[in-house]
Design a protein around this ligand. Structure first.
Ligand code: SAH
Length: 235
C-alpha cells in the first residue's frame, strides 16, 4: 500500500494530512464556490486567498465546524468575524495587486487581516479591544504573517505616522467616513467602509482622484458591529 501511495503523490498526501484538515479544506473550497464566486467575486487573487487562509483557526474551537458557513460568528467581547462573502467583497473593492500598504480598522479575529496580508505588501491593523488583538496576534504569528503590524488604539484617527496608504478598510459600521482616514488615503487610493445607522449599513467604496476628488460607489447593504469613538458611535 505504501509503494502504491508513493507512486500517486496525492494519495500519499491523504495519509499525511489529518482527516479534519482535509474536511476544512473541502469546506473552504465549497465556501469559495457557492458563497463567493457564485455571488460575483471575480478577482482571482481574492478567491485564491480565501481558499488558502484557514478561517477555522480564527474562531473558538467550539465554532470551528461553522467557520465556513454563510454567516458571521461571535469572537467574544460582543464582536464578530465577518461573513466570508463580506470579507471577499470588501477585499475586492480595495483592488490589491501585491505592492500596497494597507490600513485596516477593526482587527477583530485577524481573519480579514490575514486575507489582506496575502494580497498586499504590508498591513497596518488597529483594534480597540486588547484581548481580541492579542488573540489575533497569536494566530497571525503562528501562520507566519510577518507583513502585519498591529496596535491597540482608537482606529478612527487612523495611523498618521504610517500614512499615506494605498488602501484603507474599516470593518465596523460608521455614521460617516472618519475625516482622518480620508486624509491618510493616498492618491488613487481605495477606501471601503460600511456607512449607515447602528443596525444596517451600505458598503461604500471611495476612490481618491489625483485632484483630490472623492468618487463614491455603493456596493450594497450590510450589517456590521459599530465603529466606536470620535467619528464613530458612542460605546
Ligand atoms: N475584520 C474583523 C471584524 C471584527 S468586528 C473580523 O472579521 O474578525 C469589528 C471590530 O472593530 C471589533 O473587533 C471592534 O472591537 C473593532 N472596533 C470598533 N471600533 C473601533 C475603533 N474605533 N478602533 C479600532 N477598532 C474598533
Amino acid at each position: 500500500m505504501l509503494r502504491g501511495a508513493l507512486k500517486r503523490p496525492f494519495r500519499a498526501l491523504a495519509y499525511i494530512i489529518p482527516r479534519h484538515m482535509k474536511d476544512f479544506r473541502t469546506a473552504r473550497e465549497k465556501m469559495v464556490q457557492t458563497q463567493i464566486a457564485a455571488r460575483g467575486i471575480r478577482d482571482e487573487r481574492v478567491l485564491q486567498a480565501m481558499l488558502k487562509v484557514p478561517r477555522h483557526l480564527f474562531v473558538d474551537e467550539a465554532l470551528q465546524d461553522q467557520a465556513y458557513n454563510d454567516y458571521p460568528l461571535p469572537i467574544g467581547e460582543n464582536q464578530t468575524i465577518s461573513q466570508p462573502y463580506m470579507v471577499a467583497l470588501m477585499t475586492e473593492a480595495l483592488e490589491l495587486r501585491g505592492s500596497e500598504r494597507v490600513l485596516e480598522i477593526g482587527t477583530g479575529s485577524g481573519y480579514q487581516t490575514a486575507i489582506l496580508a496575502e494580497l498586499s505588501e504590508k498591513v497596518y491593523s488597529i483594534e480597540r479591544i486588547p484581548s481580541l488583538l492579542e488573540k489575533a496576534r497569536k494566530i497571525l504569528d503562528k501562520l507566519k504573517y510577518f507583513n502585519v503590524v498591529l496596535k491597540v488604539d482608537n482606529g478612527t484617527y487612523g495611523w498618521k505616522e504610517e500614512a499615506p496608504f494605498h488602501a484603507i478598510l474599516v470593518t465596523a459600521g460608521a455614521p460617516e467616513i472618519p475625516q482622518p482616514l480620508l486624509e491618510q488615503l493616498g492618491v488613487d487610493g481605495r477606501l471601503a467602509v460600511p456607512l449607515g445607522d447602528r443596525f444596517s449599513q451600505s458598503l461604500i467604496k471611495v476612490t481618491k482622484k489625483e485632484d483630490g476628488r472623492l468618487i463614491r460607489q455603493n456596493l450594497g447593504g450590510c450589517r456590521f458591529v459599530s465603529l466606536i469613538g470620535k467619528y464613530g458611535w458612542k460605546e
